[in-house]
Design a protein around this ligand. Sequence first.
Ligand code: ADP
Length: 347
Amino acid sequence: MLASYLSAIPLPCVFIGQDKRVLGANNLALTLKPGLVEQRSYILMFRQPAFGAAVEQCLSTKETQRATYLHTEGQQETRYELTCSYITLPEATQPEVKGILVCFQDITQVQQAGEIRRDFVANVSHELKTPLTALLGFIETLQGPAKNDAEARARFLGIMASEAKRMNRLVGDLLSLSRVEEDARMRPTDAVDIRDLLRSVIRNLSEVAKDRLHQIKFAAPDAPVKILGDQDQLTQVFTNLIENAQKYGGETAQVTVTLEEFDWDATLRRAAVRVRVQDSGPGIEAIHIPRLTERFYRIDSHRSREVGGTGLGLAIVKHIVNRHRGRLKIASVLGQGSTFTALLPKN
Ligand code: ADP
């Protein structure tokens, strides 16, 4: 009878008798703790002090107790919240079944989500606080010591404008990110000519490029290349990637954009296009590559801020590519430049 009660509970759980022996465990608990043996003392099975304290407290007070239980398997650590409840099973079914039902609820993801949210809020606050502090400082100076200094005023207003633009870019990127996250589940359904889209992104960015050394090379098939996509979001992806190639590629970096189409791609298992954005810049050290798409991850924060970066560009790129059911790959060899490849399904 006890076994059937326990197997109906959708969480790992064990039943501990008043004599501290394990009287039953469901399959989920046996998966969690393969060496669990019934009729043995729970103390030998669960050696964590918090577990013991909660069980003992529950035995003596008969009140529900909670505790945290850490389960380690290899490198993986799972955090459970334990609930110990004193219960008596109906006597008609089986006399003398009194004891403690211990249920294990996996709270690892909830806790991680909480940490990510706290980190994110801390990062956003920090990113906004820096330009805001600068703005407040300059306003104070302009109201006081530099009140009648026309030259200083012009200079400070210039800096204030660039700090305000930085905040504006950050807020813009945050809004883009939340919009992309919002419709992440809905795959875009419009037909987009990706060759035409890349041409127009390259045209816009070539205009802002300072010199001819930064001219962008573009190689593409002769005919239009249609894919299912979101025009604005794809424009944002390739604007971010090409802008990064220009920003971080160094003064003399060559930027090459290549568009190829395939009737069959083994990774996506369907017809696909591949867009490669290659620069001949200093490259990226291997340890940074897996983390580049994290929000606010920068290799050199000072350099990123100097060139107007928000640290969100690649996070946005990754989200948009995922929404298109594509893949983003980053490859780099120090001293030989970097290649950012977006693989996108055609249909
Ligand atoms: P940011 O706004 O700082 O440019 P991104 O998310 O676009 O943010 O990029 C994250 C970091 O990745 C950048 O700060 C930079 O250090 C690095 N990075 C991105 N693209 C390149 C590139 N083409 N070459 C070298 N480093 C790059």
